[in-house]
Design a protein around this ligand. Structure first.
Ligand SMILES: [Zn+2]
Length: 96
């Protein structure tokens, strides 16, 4: 059964992002799922099947608020203007 997700949903994945966050915001829904990391703002595009495999839970209500709060606090503790690390290549992705 397909996972029902909507734009702007917050999701938690099974695999830790290199920046240390599990939590992502859905920024695109289609054949591919676009996700933006709550912590480092990195964007990825996953085929829906791949996304469903990696998805642990969709964050709702209090869980979503808690995830946002955590991301905000951790972002605030990062020095101003410090890059999240690595090159930005591939951020734009490919458009059909
Ligand atoms: Zn990240």
């Amino acid at each position: 059964m397909p996972v029902e997700i909507q734009l702007d949903d917050l999701v938690r994945l099974r695999k830790l992002h290199p920046c240390g966050s599990y939590d992502w915001r859905v920024v695109r829904v289609g054949a591919d799922i676009g996700l933006r990391c709550l912590k480092c703002d990195r964007r990825v595009l996953l085929p829906r099947r791949e996304f469903e495999k990696r998805l642990k839970t969709i964050l709702k209500g209090d869980d979503a608020l808690a995830a946002l709060e955590t991301a905000r606090l951790e972002n605030a503790s990062r020095p101003e203007g410090a890059p999240a690390g690595g090159s930005k290549s591939g951020v734009k992705g490919r458009r059909k």
